[in-house]
Design a binder for this molecule. Structure first.
Ligand SMILES: Cc1cc2nc3c(=O)[nH]c(=O)nc-3n(C[C@H](O)[C@H](O)[C@H](O)COP(=O)(O)OP(=O)(O)OC[C@H]3O[C@@H](n4cnc5c(N)ncnc54)[C@H](O)[C@@H]3O)c2cc1C
Length: 353
């Protein structure tokens, strides 16, 4: 194999491309990643929340146990390898937004699989944090957040040290498909996997897939009189970081999809954080960021091989829960490429063809 040859060439070093590169390298493959310096990465913007019971009804998807176990394993493996903590386990304070939501919680308690994740409900005057909770809430378990900038930074350094990173923007139209290999940016590989996040929309090979991009804005805040001990999740969520700052978000926009911060986004979030603690001095905004969540119509990922060009693959569509689900699906795709094991049907792009 020539020095610029590899088994798998990955486009994008967000969480998806990073996790896939790690799993393939662990399986003995020679991997190369092309990334343009996170120009459009939603991973560097994300709060990295891990929340197994998402949504207004606290729905537990059947795959949740598998996702959580794979995430626990991978973040622990990285912590062991790099000597850094990437996943911070923190209980999540869920604030009911209505009386009806309290009933959903009661119903979930009747389900043994969900019960292990749910604490008992509390009333408005027994909230464990000094926040407005007119309908009460409950504490959720097996939650926390991934320090995404730290994780992406460590894995980028790891790729550079192994001469596996090409820092450049790739125009997908310049990919050369040969009979025996695929080439891009001077690298020749057996296969190429697009982990290009929301830029899948401009990808000539996979842009017919039903990606549902969703813009989100997020703030970093500092408070002089409050450091929460929980992640707080009501209409918005707040994550207390080890540094003392808090991340607060996020907005959800399905129109005007770009990754620019806006005054409207900032106002929406500042008003929401004030509503959480109306009688206290407002927290200061120290940073505002925006990104695009690569969502899908059925909220499951887009993984698989191009129907006509078998050297081209896609690993994308992780929506608003990449931190939870990417470790599992990266392992599945690596196993599939290495050993031919079946891809999980719920994520296989063949469900759309
Ligand atoms: C405001 C906000 C908050 C969020 N909060 C959470 C959260 O709390 N928990 C959670 O799990 N998820 C959250 N998400 C979603 C999360 O960001 C995604 O699920 C996940 O990070 C997607 O990772 P990815 O690697 O697929 O895409 P990306 O992170 O977008 O990575 C794609 C990478 O590919 C590069 N790239 C693309 N095309 C090319 C090209 N042609 N050439 C070179 N490089 C290229 C990009 O620059 C980027 O670095 C949030 C998203 C937003 C916007």
């Amino acid at each position: 194999m020539a020095s610029n040859d590899c088994d798998t060439l990955i486009i994008g070093q967000g969480l998806a491309g990073s996790a896939l590169a790690w799993q393939l390298a662990a399986a003995g493959q020679r991997v190369c990643v092309i990334d343009d310096g996170h120009t459009t990465s939603s991973s560097v913007v994300a709060a990295g929340l891990i929340n197994p019971l998402a949504g207004l009804r606290f729905t537990r998807r059947p795959e949740v146990g598998t996702w959580l176990d794979a995430a626990d394993r991978w973040y622990a493996e990285l912590a062991h390898t790099f000597g850094r903590i990437f996943f911070h386990a923190l209980p999540m304070l869920r604030l009911f937004r209505s009386v009806e939501q309290r009933r959903f919680h009661e119903r979930r308690l009747a389900d043994p699989a969900s019960r292990e994740l749910l604490g008992a409900a509390f009333d408005a005057d027994h909230c464990p944090e000094p926040v407005s909770a007119p309908h009460g809430g409950f504490i959720q378990r097996r939650t926390g957040y991934v320090d995404m900038p730290l994780l992406l930074g460590e894995l980028r350094t790891w790729l550079i040290q192994h001469q596996q990173l090409v820092e450049s923007a790739l125009n997908p139209a310049q990919v050369e498909l040969g009979e025996h290999a695929v080439s891009a940016a001077g690298v020749r590989a057996q296969r190429l996997v697009f982990c290009d996040g929301a830029r899948l929309r401009a990808n000539p090979w996979f842009n017919a897939l039903p990606l549902v991009p969703e813009k989100g804005e997020i703030l970093n805040l500092v408070s002089d009189d409050w450091q929460p001990h929980h992640i707080i999740n009501g209409a918005y969520w707040l994550v207390p970081l080890e540094s003392g700052e808090m991340r607060f978000g996020a907005t959800h926009r399905h129109k005007q999809i770009d990754d620019r911060i806006t005054a409207a986004g900032r106002t929406e979030l500042v008003d929401a954080v004030r509503a959480l603690r109306p009688a206290s001095p407002p927290a200061r905004v120290v940073r505002q960021q925006a990104g695009i969540r690569p969502g899908t119509v059925d909220r499951y990922p887009l993984i698989g091989q191009h129907a006509v060009h078998p050297r081209l693959w896609v690993f994308n569509g992780f929506g608003a829960r990449g931190a939870l689900v990417i470790p599992w699906y990266a392992q599945c795709l690596a196993d599939h490429l290495q050993h031919g094991t079946a891809l999980p049907a719920e994520a296989d792009i063949r469900r759309f063809t």
